[in-house]
Design a protein around this ligand. Structure first.
Ligand SMILES: Nc1ncnc2c1ncn2[C@@H]1O[C@H](COP(=O)(O)OP(=O)(O)OP(=O)(O)O)[C@@H](O)[C@H]1O
Ligand SMILES: [Mg+2]
Length: 213
């Protein structure tokens, strides 16, 4: 991958984040602003209704703050330095369980050299995208993630027991997660393999540690 391709990848990733924010936070804030106008009207006509609407709007504000925090958290590569490697994966695991408490989540994560920042954050982002895909698309009730590091190679495995990836749906227009994952792996001189059928999906990735590149 040459410098221009890496810049294009960065631009595409930023575009995806911007579109994500536009589709969620901005839309939510527009709705909220309309609700505020409604509350102003109710204030003159029905103060109880105005109060109830205010309480529910406040809840909505809290939800938007939570969502924006998640986006900012996902954007910040410094996160691993701040809370550490293990805590970052624990946080991800908690997030999955929070979305679906019935889910069986098994994480087996070896330590990775954080001084090699780009490899560490890439491993985290790959696992995070794999988990998000599983939650969004797979209908699985079990996910197993392992990150094994023997000092030369980092081996990532993300497995779910869901419905599998439909042939036509992967690497499609407006679906960037798997494409970014594969481009990131390529930029780090690694290899990626996806095996998916109606019993689930297995993504296996190998990335050389920086000392081995
Ligand atoms: N674990 C999975 N199980 C079932 N289907 C999957 C899984 N992972 C991906 N897919 C399918 O592959 C498609 C492409 O995934 P990809 O991550 O590239 O895009 P996306 O998740 O739809 O959108 P984005 O990641 O850009 O927000 C998904 O739309 C989904 O149909
Ligand atoms: Mg995705």
């Amino acid at each position: 991958m040459d410098r221009k391709e890496i810049l294009l990848l960065q631009e595409a990733e930023q575009k995806r984040i911007a579109e994500g924010l536009h589709d969620t936070a901005v839309q939510d804030l527009i709705c909220l602003s309309q609700r505020m106008e409604l509350i102003l009207l109710y204030m003159d006509q029905d103060i109880t209704r105005a109060k109830l609407e205010t309480v529910s709007a406040r809840k909505e504000v809290k939800r938007i703050i939570g969502e924006m925090r998640e986006t900012i958290y996902d954007l910040r590569p410094m996160m691993l330095d701040d809370i550490g490697w293990e805590a970052s994966f624990e946080r991800l695991r908690d997030k999955l369980l929070c979305e679906n408490s019935e889910l069986s989540v098994c994480f087996d994560i070896d330590a990775v050299d954080l001084s090699d920042g780009i490899t560490a954050i890439s491993v985290y982002r790959i696992v995070s995208e794999g988990c998000q895909n599983m939650m969004k698309h797979s209908k699985a009730n079990r996910i197993e993630v392992s990150v094994k590091n023997d000092g030369k190679l980092i081996r990532i495995s993300i497995c779910d027991n869901g419905i599998g990836i439909e042939k036509e749906s992967s690497f499609e227009k407006n679906h960037f997660g798997l494409q970014f994952m594969s481009e990131r792996v390529e930029a780090l001189s690694g290899k990626m393999k996806i095996v998916s059928d109606t019993d689930g999906t297995v993504i296996k990735i190998e990335i050389p540690t920086e000392s081995e590149v």
